[in-house]
Write a protein that binds this ligand. Structure first.
Ligand SMILES: N[C@@H](CCC(=O)N[C@@H](CS)C(=O)NCC(=O)O)C(=O)O
Length: 217
């Protein structure tokens, strides 16, 4: 079976899939396509024109959540989804929390402070960053702080797709010089340090840093 992942590594959703691939020890080919002005041919694979898309023996499978669920079926160990029914559903919820909420607070940091300059040759809109920092992120960080409680991980106190999803979005935030106030969110800050230090995250974060340097960031 051949796996080919389409999508630039700087995307948090591509990173999420790559972390799952690394954690599971699955070999794959990588086409680092950026999601700007995508071709009609790509839209036949992913009708929303977004990244990532995984090709399995040439068959397209769009969307990071669908892809990660597929990877779990073909390579069940190490498991990224809990077996307990409630924890399983909570892990899925955190995927949605990351994709449908946290990304809206993290993306302005990356878009304004990294992409604006490197790809769009314009100055960052710091007001958009400030709005994300002051209005969007604090209630979401409060929620994560409370959900972590005394645990090292978000669900069932073991590393799951919840941590892959949330952690990958927070890589974006950090690439955009976002900082979690350790006085206000001490558990979240320690959690992000812990998750980002995992070899799967660390290797990809370092790869991002090299790409950003090459691009001139
Ligand atoms: N729910 C999707 C989100 C994918 C997504 O939003 N990808 C962004 C890049 S980070 C994208 O392709 N944006 C281009 C666009 O929306 O046209 C997933 O999990 O795969």
């Amino acid at each position: 079976m051949t796996l080919k992942l389409i999508g630039i590594g700087l995307s948090p959703f591509v990173r999420k899939v790559r972390i799952a691939l690394v954690e599971k020890g699955l070999a794959y080919e990588h086409d680092p396509m950026a999601p700007f002005g995508v071709s009609a041919e790509y839209k036949r694979k992913h009708p929303l024109g977004k990244i990532p898309c995984l090709e399995v023996d040439g068959r397209p499978l769009p969307d990071s959540s669908a892809i990660c669920a597929y990877l779990e079926k073909i390579q069940p160990q190490p498991a990224l989804y809990p077996s307990d029914p409630f924890d399983y559903a909570r892990a899925l919820w955190f995927e949605e929390f990351a994709d449908g909420g946290l990304i809206n607070g993290a993306a302005p940091f990356f878009q304004q402070r990294v992409l604006a300059k490197l790809f769009f040759k314009r100055e960052p809109d710091e007001a958009a960053v400030e709005k994300a920092a002051d209005e969007i992120l604090p209630p979401l960080f409060d929620y994560l702080e409370a959900e972590l409680g005394g645990n090292d991980y978000l669900v069932g106190n073991r590393f799951t797709i919840a941590d892959v999803s949330v952690g990958s979005i927070l890589v974006q935030f950090r690439h955009g010089r976002g900082e979690i106030d350790a006085k206000r969110w001490p558990k979240l800050e320690a959690y992000v340090e812990r998750i980002h230090a995992r070899p799967s995250f660390k290797g990809l974060i370092e790869e991002d840093q090299r790409s950003l340097k090459t691009l001139g960031g």
